[in-house]
Ligand binder design. Structure first.
Ligand SMILES: Cc1ncc(COP(=O)(O)O)c(C=O)c1O
Ligand SMILES: N[C@@H](CCOP(=O)(O)O)C(=O)O
Length: 463
């Protein structure tokens, strides 16, 4: 298996080099050269596997023999041993045909742990085996940062700098990141939005000589390892639900911001998992829902919502989808991305738009509707949704047909977003790991949003 860039200007590269490259050196995103195709027999065999066994099979398809199977197995086992649930990502039945896939049983109570526990261990492994310096640079709207830090804190040979939008993440998210006092962690709180943080890191990664000089590595979903790891739970959930419901048509509703999680579902579908519908749920920052429904990809004004981790305008994985939408034609992707840079929008119509609408259904959830959904599920099922998951649930209520078996991806534990939950007078008890954060001192550096200022911080930290 080789990896190629959506912009076509990078020589096909192996798995480890693709992980280390992060953002492709031509400014595009790396994708597998061929998507592995699974036979019915393979899918049948996979139904019986535990989560770590399944993850090992999926990764083996993409890693080739670059990591010996015994080492890969250890990486996978170590990564999922930190989860609090024996199924790693259990599904919970709420009602006839209505399921929630709980992705928040990892160390930082968000779905990011599923990929970032693995990526943290992988970076450690690669650093040891190849003597590579691992200097991680990431941007977060709250969850990726905490999870990535947890995945590598205190690890030898690795340093990590995370940019988050100052005072635009939840209190628990901020505490999870800024109460870590390991010397290999730097938290920069940027005066701006998540989009500013993401733009800055992408520009720094695109400065290839800076990236190489300081050995910058990515942990965001621009890194293909993140996407590959996130495909696993689509398979796992599908098998569990198909078995319970005796159904083969299963839809997934995915709370979406950077388009990584739903793109992992799209990839699983292209590998042969018979997903019926992929429902894309946004909050009021709804560029992706507008794209699917109207064909216009154009950022709107930033809205602060109750689901702050999805307060994203420019979705970094969108480019990966464009690549497949246009038949893996890197020239078209390159010119569309240049057009987006110059004009601030991409418009598609006709058959191409029809293809998008065959791939996804989309719904944008207003703030009040998000809270109403939290209240409604709490009353009806005694089940407390976090506000991101509530967007997924609201979209599924809107777009799934009567009786359609649908799995809502629950991307975070509600304790991370008590600000929203409290508005509905619902009181929750924090898990002890979260409660303990409130007694710890915070360490973070507040910075303006200029690339030069961030560069200065990085040069000092990474030297
Ligand atoms: C809790 C939560 N839900 C949903 C999302 C959206 O996922 P994605 O960015 O992969 O679309 C995020 C952030 O990425 C998140 O932190
Ligand atoms: N919601 C994310 C935003 C970054 O997304 P990523 O999947 O590209 O890491 C967050 O919590 O930081």
């Amino acid at each position: 298996m080789k990896y190629i860039s959506t912009r076509g200007q990078v020589s096909p590269t192996g798995f480890i080099d693709a992980i280390l490259m992060g953002l492709a050196d031509d400014g595009g995103l790396l994708v597998p050269k061929h998507i592995p195709q699974l036979s019915d027999d393979t899918l049948k065999q996979w139904q019986k596997l535990t989560y770590p066994e399944l993850a090992l099979e999926v990764f083996s398809l993409y890693v080739n023999n670059e990591i010996p199977r015994a080492d890969l197995k250890k990486l996978v086992d170590d990564s999922y041993a930190t989860f609090r649930h024996e199924d790693v990502t259990p599904v919970r039945r709420l009602d006839n045909g209505r399921y929630v896939l709980e992705l928040f049983h990892g160390p930082t109570f968000a779905f990011k742990d599923v990929a970032l526990q693995f990526l943290g261990n992988l970076y450690s492994y690669v650093s040891r085996k190849t003597n590579s310096i691992i200097h991680i640079l990431g941007a977060t709207s709250g969850d990726t940062g905490a999870s990535a830090i947890e995945g590598v804190r205190g690890k030898e040979g690795i340093r990590i700098c995370i940019l988050h939008p100052h005072q635009k993440v939840s209190k628990v998210q901020e505490l999870q990141m800024t109460t870590v006092n390991d010397a290999n962690v730097l938290n920069l709180a940027v005066e701006g939005t998540f989009d500013d943080c993401q733009r800055i890191i992408k520009e720094l990664f695109a400065d290839v000589s800076f990236k190489h000089r300081y050995h910058l590595r990515a942990i965001n979903s621009i890194n293909i390892a993140r996407i590959l790891a996130q495909t696993v739970y689509y398979f796992y959930a599908y098998f569990q639900v198909a078995n319970k419901e005796h159904a083969d048509k299963i839809s997934f509703s995915v709370p979406t911001g950077n388009f990584g999680d739903i793109f992992a579902g799209y990839l699983a579908q292209r590998m042969g998992l018979p997903i019926h519908k992929l429902i894309l749920a946004t909050n009021e920052n709804n560029i992706l829902a507008r794209f699917v429904n109207e064909g216009v990809y154009q950022p709107g004004a930033f809205r602060g919502t109750y689901s702050p981790s999805m307060d994203i305008q420019v979705a970094s994985n969108f480019e990966r989808y464009l690549f497949y939408l246009y038949g893996e034609d890197a020239d078209t992707v390159t010119s569309l991305m240049a057009q987006f840079k110059a004009e601030g929008r991409i418009v598609i119509t006709g058959d191409v738009l029809k293809r998008v609408q065959a791939d996804f259904s989309a719904y944008s959830v207003e703030n009040e509707e998000c809270l109403n959904t939290i209240s409604a599920y709490y009353e009806k099922y005694s089940y407390l949704l976090d506000p991101h998951t509530a967007c997924g649930a609201a979209a599924s209520d809107k777009l799934a047909a009567e009786g359609e078996v649908t799995v809502v991806l629950s991307t975070a534990h509600p304790a991370k977003f008590d600000e929203a939950i409290r508005l509905r007078n619902i009181s929750q008890t924090y898990p002890e790991q979260i409660q303990a954060l409130f007694d710890k001192p915070q360490i973070q550096t507040v910075v303006g949003g200029s690339n030069e200022e961030i560069k200065k911080q990085l040069v000092t930290f990474f030297n």
